[in-house]
Write a protein that binds this ligand. Structure first.
Ligand code: OAD
Length: 238
């Protein structure tokens, strides 16, 4: 069957996980949990006080472990079942694993994952839902105290950018779900996709910072608006 779109790029942010009970970053009592970004999410903070930063992410891990995907995540799975799955990529700024729990494929975590730690000595990625601290030993190089939560801190490079840039040039539909569009480079992805000719749509609660770059705005809870859109897209009724 010929589809309206060939390649779909889905960018997600904290808003897609809100209906799974996870706080967004810029809401009251947001994900930083009333900490200053400078104290918990910069590479300088990490080197200044590793115990404190480890504790912050250790405290966050159980909630993210227990969180369940919501209808917006599941709608992506449905879309990927109906389309050739490789033609739909999911690029997320979220460190939770709700896309994977929902069965989404081609998921790229550009800001890292809460269930991973990276060894700063050898680059090994350790998958773990357990605590990580300055006494954690890398299972690969066996050096102690070099495992950092695999979260991209301000001042570090984003992950998977080679794939992301290729997909941005290829996509003919760019969809943004639940992101405020204030943190770059992700906030600039829509501009690249648009430059290469993609239609652009956003699903959020309210107007975002880069709102003018989107052709269509669907305001409301993503768990309600996005599954409805997927139905319409699959029936080519848009
Ligand atoms: P924000 O907290 O900045 O924005 C969340 C967005 O989701 C807002 O635009 C809300 O309107 C929208 N939203 C909230 N609930 C929603 C719902 N139920 N349905 C649809 N939309 C909803 O979160 P992000 O844009 O993800 O970076 O933040 C970007 C980055 O800032 C994060 O990845 C993090 C932070 O600094 C790092 O950790 C490196």
């Amino acid at each position: 069957m010929t589809r309206l779109y060939k390649n779909i790029f889905i960018l997600t942010g904290a808003g897609i996980s809100a209906e799974s009970g996870l706080s967004t970053f810029r809401s009251e009592n947001g994900l930083w949990n009333n900490h200053r970004v400078e104290d918990v999410a910069t590479i300088e903070a990490y080197y200044r006080n590793q115990d404190f930063v480890h504790q912050f992410y250790n405290d966050m891990r159980p909630e993210l472990f227990n969180a369940k995907p919501n209808p917006a995540h599941l709608a992506i799975t449905k879309l990927q079942k109906e389309y050739p799955a490789d033609n739909i990529s999911v690029v997320t700024q979220n460190v939770d694993t709700l896309h994977e729990k929902a069965g989404n494929k081609n998921v790229y975590h550009i800001h890292g994952q809460i269930n991973q730690a990276v060894c700063l000595n050898c680059g090994h990625i350790l998958e773990t839902w357990g605590d990580v601290d300055t006494e954690t030993v890398c299972p690969h190089c066996e050096v102690m105290g070099m495992m950092k939560p695999n979260i991209v801190f301000f001042g570090e490079n984003l992950l998977c950018m080679d794939v992301v840039e290729r997909q941005l040039r290829q996509c003919d539909l760019f969809i943004s779900i639940g992101t405020s569009g204030v943190v770059f480079p992700a906030a600039g992805f829509v501009q690249t996709a648009k430059y290469y000719g993609a239609d652009t749509m956003e699903f959020t609660l309210e107007a975002t910072a880069n709102n003018y770059l989107f052709d269509k705005h669907i305001y409301g809870k993503a768990g309600e608006t996005f599954p409805k859109f997927v139905e319409e897209l699959l029936s080519e009724n848009i």
